[in-house]
Design a binder for this molecule. Structure first.
Ligand SMILES: Cc1cc2nc3c(=O)[nH]c(=O)nc-3n(C[C@H](O)[C@H](O)[C@H](O)COP(=O)(O)OP(=O)(O)OC[C@H]3O[C@@H](n4cnc5c(N)ncnc54)[C@H](O)[C@@H]3O)c2cc1C
Length: 329
């Protein structure tokens, strides 16, 4: 590991100044649960690590007329335990509650979770120069690929590992990105970009920018939501397949958003299933058929065809759970 500088700014202005001073070599740190591993593995060689822990107000969670504003350094545990999140956004509460372990949820931040890097074993192996690290090959294509993408692969088949991201896309959250030049706001769905846009990164966050805040629109009367996650082991693990569902309507579904994790390099919206379910009653056969229609669009690699079957089950469970959840008064 090469020596690097460590900065602990006391204001957002100082953060963006540090970023502007070293646009290629500055790396933001929330809880460090991903970044430190990346540094130790030699995947990231920082000039300066900017610790966000001392920036005032950056961990605030505030409810207002425009919804819920969540600061980037709020921890995953804060989200999981927040009464407004539990009451208004069950999908987010449930997603946060199943992330990793209690220790990681206490340290890991919302910003870090949303900007974490993929867990692909080829990407994480410092000895492998895959397409994500500037090489010309995605080694998953001919190699071991049981955890890889079944949608939107191509130049890179690593999946995006965050549980919070699908929930926030389902909730139509917006992300506030700050830099020395000012701020911009992007929809959560547009924050994530497939490898074809830029294989070296998973988001549209530019060098010099920080994800400062997540804004979630107010919950609407009649909203129902749920998150379901299939993992390989009995205890904590990354999602093999997950599904975030948010819907409105009564006995028939008026509107629905289904966003999956573990199946694509970005949170993956199942529009085919959504279209099939709009206006339909939420019977299990109808939901399963809609999920199967979406799963039929999967393009698996040699070892991950099972994900299409898991997708059908996880999406069916999630839609049924959302449908049975109490509607927001
Ligand atoms: C054993 C283990 C199991 C895990 N299981 C799960 C799981 O089941 N589900 C899941 O979702 N995650 C899981 N994770 C990932 C974990 O949730 C993330 O490591 C954590 O959320 C990252 O948060 P952090 O604050 O520690 O990020 P950091 O490690 O500090 O940062 C992660 C990345 O985000 C960047 N970053 C941090 N903050 C910002 C910001 N505000 N703006 C822009 N960029 C920023 C950093 O530069 C870095 O690249 C697991 C991790 C481990 C180690």
């Amino acid at each position: 590991m090469r020596n690097f500088n460590y900065a602990k700014p006391k204001s957002l202005g100082q953060v963006t100044s540090f970023l502007a001073a070293s646009p290629q070599g500055a790396h933001l740190m929330g809880g460090g649960t991903d970044l430190v591993g990346e540094i130790k593995e030699g995947l990231v060689v920082p000039e300066v690590v900017i610790d966000l822990a001392a920036v005032p107000g950056l961990a605030d969670i505030k409810k207002g007329p425009d919804g819920l504003a969540v600061g980037a350094t709020a921890t995953i545990a804060q989200i999981a335990g927040h009464p407004d999140v539990k009451a208004d956004y069950p999908v987010l509460h449930q997603a946060a509650a199943v992330i990793a372990s209690p220790q990681l949820r206490n340290v890991g931040t919302v910003g870090g979770n949303l900007c974490q890097r993929p867990r692909c074993w080829y990407y994480r192996d410092a000895a492998v120069r895959c397409s994500k690290k500037g090489g010309s090959t995605c080694y998953a294509v001919k190699g071991r690929n049981k955890h890889h993408a079944v949608f939107a692969g191509g130049i890179c088949w690593a999946v995006f590992p965050s549980d919070l991201a699908p929930a926030l896309v389902a909730l139509e959250a917006r992300f506030v990105l700050a830099s020395a030049a000012g701020e911009r706001v992007v929809a959560a769905a547009d924050f994530y970009a497939p490898p074809i846009v830029n294989v070296r990164k998973e988001t549209v966050l530019n060098r010099g920018e920080i994800l400062r805040e997540v804004r979630i629109p107010p919950a609407q009367k009649g909203d129902r939501s749920a998150y379901r996650k299939f993992i390989e082991r009995g205890s904590w693990d990354f999602a093999v397949v997950s599904a975030a569902v948010r819907m409105s309507g009564g006995s028939a579904i008026r509107d629905i958003r289904i966003v999956c994790g573990g199946v694509a390099p970005v949170p993956w919206r199942l529009r085919t299933a959504e279209d099939a379910l709009k206006g339909a009653g939420a019977s299990e056969p109808a939901i399963r058929a809609a999920a199967a229609k979406a799963a039929a669009e999967a393009r698996p690699l040699a070892e991950n065809g099972y994900k299409a079957d898991v997708l059908v089950t996880v999406v069916t469970d999630a839609v049924l759970a959302a449908f049975k959840a109490p509607a927001r008064p």
